[in-house]
Design a binder for this molecule. Structure first.
Ligand code: 13P
Length: 286
């Protein structure tokens, strides 16, 4: 089993109540590291690309890198486009072969969001892909998308109606979570996750994973957060491992790029493995 749809992977994790880790990868090295962790742990995994990463490479090159590196991987892997308000980037990634997209239209009023998300769901269906929907915005800027303002919270009825009318396969609720490191302890509305899953049967995506505790992850996963997003932890691991390696390199005066890459890759593998164990996705590959 290698590349699987978002719906298949989340149906499995929702029913078995574990979280599929969704890592925002940055380049070939971080893709390789996350896949190596998934193979080692026998864990399903989602590789997410921000719009910034898609634009940095171009969708064709990024998709080719993904296809090359996923070859021979025998655990379920899903390629997902994270927060994307741009219909042209959505269409481009869907045409190219991404398995799913987060159409982030929270800045539109809810009726227009419903109308456009319904269109995106139909567009995705035509390529065998799926859609994560969002109506409130998640606090914090992620790769240039989003805002630091506290999002307006919608009622359970509005959110349920959005999920049912659009037919999204996954939903990203605002529950007091935020992108980036938390500056104060988050106060999470756990009950909202339970209520939404009970009302719709649709799996939830937990955004703002970096900085949450194992107990918080496991509680939210038990309530139906079947997809758990990690971005900041990967970025910090990648850059800090590079910094400490280069600091040592400067002292030694031996400059060997492959040793730097190996150190960064191992640090990202270790970070990903830890999350797979925390989310209880280890051993869940089917
Ligand atoms: P963090 O950067 O807080 O891990 O959040 C990731 C995320 O939710 C990506 O959409």
């Amino acid at each position: 089993m290698a590349v699987v749809s978002l719906q298949d992977t989340l149906a499995h994790s929702l029913s078995a109540r574990y979280g599929v880790p969704a890592f925002n990868i940055l380049n070939d090295l971080t893709i390789e590291a996350v896949l190596a962790a998934a193979v080692q742990e026998r864990s399903p995994v989602i590789l997410q690309t921000s719009v910034k990463t898609v634009r940095q490479y171009g969708s064709e090159q990024l998709y080719d890198i993904f296809r090359t590196l996923v070859r021979g991987v025998d655990v379920p892997v899903t390629l997902h486009l994270d927060h994307c308000p741009y219909r042209d980037v959505i269409s481009d990634c869907l045409r190219r072969g991404w398995n799913s997209v987060l159409f982030d239209a929270h800045e539109l009023d809810v009726e227009e969001n419903v109308r456009q998300t319904t269109e995106v769901v139909a567009e995705a269906r035509a390529t065998g892909a799926h859609v994560e929907g969002e109506i409130e915005g998640i606090q914090g800027v992620e790769d240039g998308v989003g805002s630091d303002d506290k999002p307006e919270s919608m009622s359970l009825e509005v959110a349920t109606d959005f999920i049912q009318r659009t037919g999204v396969q996954c939903f990203a609720p605002a529950i007091g979570n935020a992108h980036g490191q938390y500056t104060s302890a988050p106060v999470l509305d756990h009950q909202r996750v339970s209520d939404l899953v009970e009302a719709t049967g649709v799996p939830m995506a937990l955004h703002g994973g970096t900085g949450l505790s194992t107990a918080q992850f496991q509680d939210l996963i038990a309530r139906g957060c079947a997809k758990v997003n990690i971005s900041t932890a990967l970025k910090e691991t990648f850059m800090k491992s590079g910094l400490s390696f280069l600091t040592e390199t400067e002292k030694r005066g031996t400059w060997d790029p492959p040793s730097l890459f190996a150190a960064q890759k191992q640090a990202v593998v270790d970070m990903a493995v830890q999350h797979m164990r925390d989310f209880r996705s280890s051993g869940q590959a089917w």
